[in-house]
Design a binder for this molecule. Sequence first.
Ligand SMILES: Nc1ncnc2c1ncn2[C@@H]1O[C@H](COP(=O)(O)OP(=O)(O)O)[C@@H](O)[C@H]1O
Ligand SMILES: Cc1ncc(COP(=O)(O)O)c(N)n1
Length: 495
Amino acid sequence: MNSIPNILSIAGSDPSGGAGIQADLKSIAACGGYGMSVITALTAQNTHGVRAVHVPPAAFLVEQLAAVAADVRIDAIKIGMLGSAPNIDAVAAFLREPRPGPRPAVVLDPVMIATSGDRLLSADADAALRRLLPLADVITPNIPELAVLCDAHPAVDWATAIDQARSVAAAHGVLVLAKGGHLEGGDCPDALVDADGVLLQLTGSRIATGNTHGTGCSLSSALATLHARSGDWAEALRSAKAWLTGSISAADELAVGTGHGPVNHFAWLWAGNRLPGRRQTTAAWWERISAIREAIDRLAFIRQLSSGELDRADFEDYLGQDALYLRTYAQALSRASELAPTVAEQRFWAASASECLEDELLLHRGRLGDEVPEPSGTTTAYLNHLLASGTGYAVLAAALLPCFWIYQDVGVRLAAANHPGHPYADWLSTYASEQFDASTARAIEIVDDLLAKADEELARGMWTAFEASGVHELRFFAQTRADALIPGEAVADSR
Ligand SMILES: Nc1ncnc2c1ncn2[C@@H]1O[C@H](COP(=O)(O)OP(=O)(O)O)[C@@H](O)[C@H]1O
Ligand SMILES: Cc1ncc(COP(=O)(O)O)c(N)n1
């Protein structure tokens, strides 16, 4: 099999896009599958409920199934709303047909009643649906559907739901996914159950949102897709539940209808800034490294430098590494000047290199005398990263940006903590510089311009260089005895 499985949804249409085949196709895509849809029924529904249902003749369902199966390898099947007994029989016949290749796994969501309470399966079709159950690998009834399948009252607690799931599994020889969505209380558990009991239970907190239209459809198609990818029900369920929980958490970001809205199927993808057409900006990058920035602020070195409690030897260690850093950093700035496409940018980077050598290095020499320490592994690693980024202008500019931006940002808080009796008063005063603020703003502007012109691949390379410099900044500040961090540890904690 190639790595992208073909997943067939056999389900009804929800024109408002939150449930049915529309939810299935989104879920399949979000979970890494290629989605196909054979439509069993049309509903006229929105986020408030179902207004009407039209079930086309079963013969046309048979046509659709035959057309897809004649041409496309089907790796898994998700079955949702079937609508009528003839449709159920047509799907049962389709599942029984012999076909070359491995049998696709079948996840059946026995859709009978929508969350809104509307019937989605004709009353005479319940018996036909029971005949379909043994042809599935996993069925995913909600609490009311589970009750119908075992002729009992809807469970009001989780233990009863599990019991009912066990009896349905035993009666039909199928795995049952019991779902806690319809129970009261703060928990929202799901469990995979066979005739002997619970195989896997996943706990989850109930997310406070009214926007859960289509959760059952989404979960069952995610399960089918992830099983096609991993071949393992437990692993597929864990991933499907984690993905759905994220999609429910982000449901309120959407503005779809005024009733029970849909979940946000692609929340994780959009949050990753990978939306086609979304222009990347350094402001978004800055947000994405917020954990790194917060970790810098939490470092003992920064806190003690700010309060004045920092040990003099630690301070000098830092200055020594900083002096070594600045020499090579100035070379990276000069390299940017060399690569810059305009005279204005060439001048900016060259001026930054010169300021860095003249002002900062002189200040360090004044404090350290002629003693030149060895560069630490951390300092060397940061410099190597900057020098290695010097093969292209845009990536180099992105790699240099955190040296401006983080230093300036930390500096604002350090300068604010300064006072006349502070042991590091003259050092802290160098942090508050309008000239450095202006240089930082100019560096941001240059990188934003480069980003606007970059294609996807270059933008990715720029982000990678920027983020890596952020990580190196954290390690650089974390290298004195005040923090005594093993390089890398602080980063692992902060991401
Ligand atoms: N408010 C919620 N918070 C977290 N998970 C939920 C919430 N509502 C439903 N779920 C989850 O959504 C999935 C579908 O559950 P359920 O609502 O019971 O099914 P259906 O949509 O078929 O009625 C389950 O994994 C359930 O745990
Ligand atoms: C076409 C169609 N299929 C299924 C459901 C059930 O979805 P839910 O139980 O999450 O409302 C629905 N409302 N519409």
